[in-house]
Write a protein that binds this ligand. Structure first.
Ligand code: ATP
Ligand code: LTN
Length: 327
């Protein structure tokens, strides 16, 4: 029996290199060895202020990119969270077994609300119970995510264990899977901040659908330091970030990369980082253009996946409703 993998991305903006290296690329690599379910989590994207028309278009773009990055529909289920209403039903049930204190410890919530806590939507606070529902609904074994989501997957484990203790062994307790390289790509204009869809600044992130000239420019302008040697030193955040991108895309060892760049300057390094990034992204953009030329194709993929997932969803929800005394 193959292990089941579940992961998701919010359609809250344009997909960037951090999302790709921290998540999708690892999903594609493990397609054959796992039983795979990937979701566009549109109900997570409504926890902050948003425009419905933009959300609709972001969902289609993200599904197109999932496919273009290599998530072949005959090897995985690809679907949109709101197309399976049991995600929100299970989220409510799990909210009722989740102590406030557990949610109050979540750093993503604290970072996102900042000083505006009183005005933040309640959904932003309970967001991790919806994520737990996504994962537990499919009896998932592994959740491949970037470093920033580890805390949420650990919370999901705690919720599953608490539920199982109180109501019987219903849920599988999932494991987070975090890549050794590329799990936390930093902003190119500010290597102390995680590359993020919502960060301002024209040269902060590398969008998977960005113009290739712009990508090159963003990398050439990346913030580094005034030292000379090209070595993996986490204290030199800008350089470390560029080297990590290079390492993630070439698959080489750190020592090999340091030898390769010995005696070279930052200009050379940036040029070569731009080359490997563009070599990865260019074919994705070409496939994206092909796939999205026929919008009915994407609709078909999404509908087929929902049909395939239906029996799993029904079986889990039947057990959950009985265990909780609703049936
Ligand atoms: P944002 O990209 O705006 O920070 P987010 O992290 O809140 O968005 P998603 O876009 O849903 O949320 O993240 C999708 C996946 O990409 C998750 O697995 C997340 O851990 C990963 N990820 C996000 N940012 C990075 C990054 N800078 N480096 C590596 N992985 C990342
Ligand atoms: N919270 C995640 C997105 C997300 C997710 C999930 C990831 C929602 N549901 C289930 C893995 C599994 C984020 O902000 N990146």
């Amino acid at each position: 029996m193959k292990k089941r993998v579940f992961s998701g991305i919010q359609p809250s903006g344009h997909l960037h290199l951090g999302n790709y290296l921290g998540s999708i690329r690892n999903w594609v690599r493990d397609l054959d060895s796992h039983d795979n379910i990937f979701c566009v989590v549109d109900q997570h994207a409504i926890t902050v202020d948003y425009d419905p028309a933009v959300l609709r278009s972001n969902v289609r773009e993200l599904v197109g990119l999932y496919l273009a990055c290599g998530l072949e529909p005959d090897k995985c289920c690809l679907f949109v969270q709101s197309h399976i209403p049991e995600h929100t039903e299970l989220a409510w049930l799990l909210t009722c077994v989740t102590p406030m204190g557990w949610l109050e410890r979540m750093t993503q919530f604290k970072d996102k609300v900042g000083a505006k806590r009183e005005r933040a939507g309640t959904g932003l606070f309970t967001y991790p119970t919806l994520m737990a529902a996504d994962i537990l609904l499919y009896r998932t074994h592994e959740v491949p995510v970037g470093n920033d989501q580890k805390q949420h997957v650990e919370l999901t484990r705690d919720i599953a264990e608490r539920f199982n203790r109180k109501f019987g062994e219903v849920f599988i307790v999932p494991e987070p899977v975090i890549a050794a390289v590329g799990a936390r790509i930093m902003g190119l204009d500010d290597p102390t901040a995680k590359m993020s869809k919502s960060a301002p600044g024209d040269h902060h992130s590398i969008g998977l659908l960005d113009d290739l000239k712009k990508i090159r420019k963003t990398i050439m302008r990346a913030v580094t330091d005034s030292e000379q040697s090209i070595v993996f030193d986490p204290a030199r955040a800008g350089l470390f970030n560029l080297l990590s991108i290079y390492q993630a895309l070439t698959g080489q060892e750190q020592a090999e990369i340091e030898t390769h760049f010995a005696g070279k300057g930052y200009g050379d390094l940036k040029k070569q980082v731009a080359e490997v990034v563009i070599a990865e992204i260019e074919p994705i953009q070409a496939r994206y253009r092909e796939l999205t030329a026929d919008p009915t194709y994407i609709d078909g993929v999404l509908a087929d996946s929902v049909d395939q997932l239906r029996p799993i969803v029904d079986a889990t929800m039947d057990e959950v409703r009985r265990a909780m005394g609703h049936r």
